[in-house]
Design a protein around this ligand. Sequence first.
Ligand SMILES: [Zn+2]
Ligand SMILES: [Zn+2]
Length: 288
Amino acid sequence: MKINNPYLNSANSIWVRGNLHTHTSISDGAFSPQDTITRYASLGYQFLMFSEHDLIAPANGLDTKGMVIIQGNEITDEGPHLLHVNAKKKVEPYSDRQKVLDEIQKDSGFAIISHPNWEEDFNHCPQEFLETWEHYTGIEIYNGIVRRLPGNPCATDRWDLLLSQGKFVWGYANDDAHWDENFGVAWNVAQVEKLTLENVLNALKNGNFYTSTGVEIEKITVNSNTISLTTSNAKKIAVIVDYGRRIKEVQGNSICYEISDTFPYSYIRFECWGEGESQAWTQPFRLV
Ligand SMILES: [Zn+2]
Ligand SMILES: [Zn+2]
């Protein structure tokens, strides 16, 4: 049994926080790009992606307030929405979304499927699409604006189904910021040795990040068959395996979980529960 650890076992790494799903007044958001940057910087974010609807808004000339700005686009028309991360050129919203995903890969960016459980049928993106599409890196397992819209902001159900079928994709959490109340709801925390655009993109593409709505993970380490997790403010940590099965819960802010050689599951991930509705989700550790 080998644990595929997406995290760096490095003492020199830092955690940096960011949002990959942001609309401004250039599309249907309430605030200008500069006001949006200022708001996120004041919340302590270190990276931010603008994701207007079907257009790339260049960030030239803006005061980034020390944040890394990622160029992006939310492919919107003609089908389920998806985020084009590190968009260098605009990809048209072809109704054939596989063609969109192929174009994003050619552009050397990567794709994240937006809010799968949005809308009154909880089915903005049907599961059969998620199962058959190729060339996307992950899905939004939490989308902040869906707290205030029909559907479920959380999509860990979709994620566990994919992971259990061997479709190994990462879970992202984003605000989908449009209005004041959407800012700072859900974020990604990437592990990097230094804050640069390249390092942040690599971490986000390779699963070297966790997602949160308020719980802070301080340390994730893997030693032989044991995964250890320390948080600053979790009250309970749950161990999740195939098909979302919760095989253990511990009270408190940390856990050391030893995986036996006969462990009958294909992956393991951790959900940390804090005050109120706050949570953090690790990426899955694949067991091979
Ligand atoms: Zn959307
Ligand atoms: Zn959006």
